[in-house]
Ligand binder design. Sequence first.
Ligand code: HSE
Length: 312
Amino acid sequence: MRLGADRVRVRVPATSANLGPGFDALGLALALHDDVEVRALGSPDVVVDVTGEGAGEVPDDERHLVVQALRAGLDHAGAPQSGLHLVCHNRIPHGRGLGSSAAAVVAGLAAARGLVAEPQALSDDVLLALATELEGHPDNAAPAILGGATLAWGGTGSVRAVPLDVHPDVAPVVVIPPTTLSTKAARGVLPPTVPHADAAQQAGRAALLVEALGRRPELLLDATVDTLHQEYRRSVMPHSLALVDALRSAGVAAVVSGAGPTVLALARRLEGGGTDADEAIAAAFGGAMGGWRVLPLAVAHGGVEIVAAANG
Ligand code: HSE
């Protein structure tokens, strides 16, 4: 297969995985986007320019995640490889549990879709399978591809995902610490087994969360009780868990976003503006933010998007 275009621009959303009890399964796309421009070059050079998050920190060669994913996408479509010039405008913070790696991988795969002459070779199902193979977290990849809330299941080679309803009153707010934490470190503190009673409770809460998110936001506090990962992770993100505790005591459905350390509040929109989490968040910090950022982010109802593709 040949290339159908030599320039493409894609836009991919941040994502929050788990949402409390949906460990490794549920995810939500958030309206904070990375933009990636790709130009296929006539030479074998690889040039990566990054502005914003990760600038000066991520590799600027073949090791760059967008490049790796783009190459995997071209290979899968049977399209030729070429030199590449990437310009990444990054807004999704790195190492914070907001799906920056999944976004990079999904952006690279979508860029490949935009470049090849037969984009149907890189359908959403194929993107999800390839992203899971490359990055390992379908709970981030699925909402980055499909938008909105998603439920992913199955593993490498058999992964699937469906979209879930999100009630219009649900107003996510993320509270981002100044510190980073790798997913590897956050998974390293999880136990190999959990008590049966905890697993049983988790199943009920995850099922309730689907109902609460889509139709009954007043149940979100009960629906976001987690017994599989957050408490085990307290030692590697004590401040995040302290904030989750404070917000939940104030009635806010707060959880750790993905593998942390960002905190996600599944707040509710108030009629006069703002959310029902705003006061509790302000009270928890008492005016001293210490480098933490509070970002109200709408649900991103669309997933990764090819904004433009062109030749010449
Ligand atoms: N479900 C994964 C975890 C998310 O919590 O480890 C990784 O982004």
